[in-house]
Design a protein around this ligand. Sequence first.
Ligand SMILES: O=C(O)[C@@H](O)C(=O)COP(=O)(O)O
Ligand SMILES: [Zn+2]
Length: 215
Amino acid sequence: MSTRDDNRLREQIAVYGKSLFDRGLTMGSSGNISVRLDDGGWLMTPTNACLGRLDPARISRLDRDGRHLDGAKPTKESVLHMAMYGERPQSEAIVHLHSTHSVAVSCLPEVDPCDCIPPLTAYYVMRVGRLPLVPYHMPGDPALGDAVKGLAGKHSAVLLANHGPVVAGKSLEAAVYATEELEETAKLYLLLRGQNPRGLTDEQVAELEARFPRD
Ligand SMILES: O=C(O)[C@@H](O)C(=O)COP(=O)(O)O
Ligand SMILES: [Zn+2]
């Protein structure tokens, strides 16, 4: 990875982080973002950093084994991010937020742990698909990495119980779009609770998946 590409990715992380924060999709110093580098390492947001005020020069760089090379101390979720990348060679970026409606769904006792949000809209199916629930672990617990390993091969997005979404994409832009769509669909799901909404049928979902395959 040339320094120029590395700098471009750092700028991108800061721009998307600010956009997400400014729209209230994560608060305080919650959330973290990573991108994969060509040398097998990663750029990750620093721990305790506000996504709205990232300094590109202080973004953490890790090598392919997860060793911290430079920048500020990386997010405490570095193991979680690396576990997800390990199962998803096609993914180039991961976004984790504490987006309110997604977190709310992650706290509901009645959600199906294999698929937390029904296929309410076509765009949700195209961007997110089936969303499994990862059992609760403390933030930063390496066990979270083990817990996503069994799921991330088949799912680009998972929902951490009582915590929030973790979404991978083939680019940072794609991961951000999918995270936004997940949050909006979580909001719809909560709005429609108790109203017996009509979701898409299995046939409609299969048709969308054939026409718009997710990475
Ligand atoms: O919920 C947590 O504590 C983390 O998952 C998080 O969102 C922010 O942690 P850092 O990235 O270590 O700041
Ligand atoms: Zn978190």
